[in-house]
Design a protein around this ligand. Structure first.
Ligand SMILES: Cc1ncc(COP(=O)(O)O)c(C=O)c1O
Length: 462
């Protein structure tokens, strides 16, 4: 059993509500070179009007904003106060277990009602849609964290919510659907036979396990089909405004590290699916890095969906059927269907343009890990610190453990901070499979990756 060697205080760093950040941080304002624009089907930059078919104008303005700081509306703050500021924990038991001189901290986003960081943007997006007079939101979800977060947010804002959930996760995680229904949302498995996009996938492969790209196509199609304009689409990651809404995480973390007496962080780690929890934790530290601070910022992705580590930086669409603009991002090609790993939220073919640019500019370093190492690390974390991490978050746990062991080998007292983006209490089927030896690793072959990129060859090059 891991025992604490020395008394450490504080081990749980809590901010008061009055210390919660009141503005979001926009990294786009601090890049040394400008971001490439999203492109329409004609190869020209998309206009706000083109995006207005699926998003309300107030969110489109945020999506395109170059302002460094954006005020958080009072109504959004008043809801975030229910669980924010979230705690920063010192992982003393894990440090003892690893016998490391590193000080390990984790930012605990699992304390939100939906169990992850996703409500930080769900509340904001539902709020802006409500203000714009929208009555219903459609969305996709991988592991179900985003779908449940949006259902929760819509219930507070009086909006209807319809969620297309990637079929493999729908089957692996039945409790997520119940959670969405409990908050008044409805949830169906994707590919479904209720949209053209879903039907065309099923016609080719009736047993398709689904992908986030397919689920996005279905949700966008339903929003666009409502000719009253009262239904819009909401995305749980990837887009600039989603990254923005998550930056409250890193801003709080910086204040908490200072309270804990830490002068600086040496290593920041977060898992990356579409990039939002990574952006949330890391972007305020990227600002410091641009201003000269020495910090290693690591994005961790699954070996089976190696967007940042093995994909090219290219223009690609965000969904399967081309209903979204072309985004400048690292991508595996929108037709890439990853192995059905348990970290469903990390099975996305692309990466947020803001995160992609931060990686291309060497502010963030990408690495990949196989799911067995992640489950192994998650069990060690659960049996020392107590919290059972979401399979997505276990990628950050595993990388933090690798870094802590490296610090021991180098004899360095590093400050390692990682994002615990969610808990895994509704992901126990995955844990059960791991503990009974039924989880394996999978890496796509170079040929498979090259084939998957065929679908983007005709797109403009960045
Ligand atoms: C707990 C958790 N962490 C991380 C992710 C990955 O998404 P993102 O990269 O946008 O944070 C998800 C996505 O569903 C998630 O549920």
């Amino acid at each position: 059993m891991a025992t604490q060697k020395r008394p450490v205080s504080p081990i749980k760093i809590i901010l008061s509500e009055s210390e919660m950040p009141r503005q979001w941080y926009n990294l786009a304002a601090d890049f040394r070179s400008p971001m490439l624009p999203p492109l329409g089907p004609d190869g020209k930059p998309v206009t706000p009007e083109m995006m207005s078919a699926i998003f309300p104008m107030n969110l489109i303005e945020q999506e395109m904003s170059a302002e460094r700081w954006i005020d958080i509306p009072e109504e959004v703050l008043s809801i975030l106060y229910r669980w924010r500021p979230s705690p920063l924990h010192r992982a003393v038991a894990l440090e003892a277990l690893l016998d490391t001189p590193a000080r390990i901290y984790y930012k605990n986003e699992s304390v939100s009602p939906a169990g992850s960081h996703k409500p930080n943007t769900a509340i904001a997006q539902a709020y802006y849609n409500k203000v714009a007079g929208i009555k219903k939101l459609t969305t996709e979800t991988g592991a179900g964290q985003w779908g449940s977060a949006l259902s929760f947010a819509c219930s507070l804002m009086g909006l209807e919510c319809k969620v297309y959930m990637v079929k493999v996760s729908f089957e692996q995680k039945p409790f997520r659907k119940m959670l969405m229904q409990t908050w008044g949302g409805s949830c169906i498995a994707s590919p479904s036979d209720t949209t053209n996009a879903g039907r065309s996938v099923l016609a080719k492969d009736p047993n398709c396990p689904g992908s986030l790209a397919i689920a996005i196509s279905e949700a966008v199609e339903e929003a666009v089909a409502d000719k009253t304009g009262k239904t819009k689409y909401a995305l749980g990651s990837v887009l600039n405004h989603v990254m923005l809404h998550q930056t409250i995480i890193g801003q709080e973390t910086k204040k908490q590290l200072a309270l804990a007496g830490e002068k600086k962080a040496d290593v920041i780690i977060a898992c990356a699916g579409g990039g939002s929890n990574l952006a949330g934790l890391a972007f305020p530290f990227c600002k410091d890095k641009i201003e000269g601070a020495q910090i290693d910022i690591i994005a961790v992705e699954p070996e089976s969906c190696p967007t940042l580590t093995r994909g090219p930086f290219a223009y690609d669409i965000g969904d399967m059927s081309g209903m979204t603009p072309l985004l400048p991002m690292y991508t595996l090609g929108h037709e890439f269907i990853p192995d059905p790993i348990h970290a469903g939220g990390l099975r996305y073919h692309g990466m947020a343009p803001l995160v992609s640019k931060a990686v291309a500019d060497k502010l963030i370093e990408p690495r990949s890990i196989g799911q067995t190492e992640c489950f192994e690390a998650a069990l060690k974390f659960a049996r020392s610190e107590g919290i059972i991490p979401a399979p997505e978050s276990s990628h950050a746990v595993a990388m933090a453990m690798r870094e802590a062991v490296k610090a021991r080998e180098e004899g360095k007292e590093k400050v390692i901070v990682f994002g615990l983006s969610g808990h895994g209490l509704l992901d126990l089927v995955g844990y059960d499979k791991f503990m009974s030896g039924n989880i394996s690793d999978h890496e796509p072959s170079p040929e498979q990756l090259a084939r998957a990129l065929d679908c983007i060859r005709s797109f403009p090059k960045p």
